[in-house]
Design a protein around this ligand. Structure first.
Ligand SMILES: [Zn+2]
Length: 202
């Protein structure tokens, strides 16, 4: 077992990637990180690498240049307001610079070229996105953290979704990040029950 110290995270991820590429098709142990014909990093390792970078541009470069195992959507937001939305599949990516206004992303690709190859696993995704956007655009140009808490509690469109009979899907929690103020609000469970805890770093 290899245990990485914080300062070793980058070299650990590179080590994993090297092992996966070297052992591809040979090692049973490494097959947890590969799919047929694809060798790359799982999204959690990519995030670890991106978080080590000191600028949003360098974090963006990590997300689009490292070999990836699968599709995902990432936000990169700097304390100075510089922000990108990064949609990826294992082989392709689409980057949108986020400027003024409200940007909402649920569980479907925005980029048409990526939608062609994506599986449509979340039938409520477009509805949830539209519902959130409509609420938050009504709060522009001065949305408050409290507005985001309310937005994530909306039941119409399935944003805050409760456990139902014969359904395996429900909302398990919610997070709000405020990069400029180095603050995070975390709600365990249904957002409408308002169990928000606030965490700040110096
Ligand atoms: Zn609810």
């Amino acid at each position: 077992m290899y245990v990485a110290r914080t300062e070793d995270r980058a070299s650990f991820v590179e080590w994993v990637l090297e092992k996966v590429q070297a052992d591809f098709g040979k090692s049973q142990r490494m097959k947890v990180l590969v799919k047929p014909n694809i060798v790359g990093l799982v999204f959690s390792l990519l995030i670890q690498l991106a978080l080590l970078e000191e600028t949003v541009e360098r974090a963006l470069e990590v997300l689009i240049s490292k070999p990836r195992l699968s599709g995902h959507n990432y936000y990169i937001v700097g304390a100075d307001g510089k922000a990108y939305d990064v949609e990826v599949t294992a082989h392709h990516h689409a980057v949108e610079e986020l400027t003024e206004g409200i940007f909402v992303h649920a569980n479907h690709y925005h980029a048409q070229e990526l939608r062609k190859s994506a599986i449509d696993y979340s039938p409520t995704s477009e509805m949830r996105e539209a519902s959130l956007r409509a609420y938050l655009e009504g709060r522009w140009p001065h949305p408050q953290i409290s507005d985001f808490k309310v937005a994530l509690s909306i039941h119409e469109g399935g944003i805050c979704r409760h456990e139902e009979k014969n359904s395996t899907v429900c909302t398990c929690g919610a997070l709000i990040f405020d990069p400029a103020n180095l603050t995070t609000c975390i709600n365990q469970g249904y957002p409408c029950l308002s169990n928000w805890q606030e965490y700040s770093i110096e």
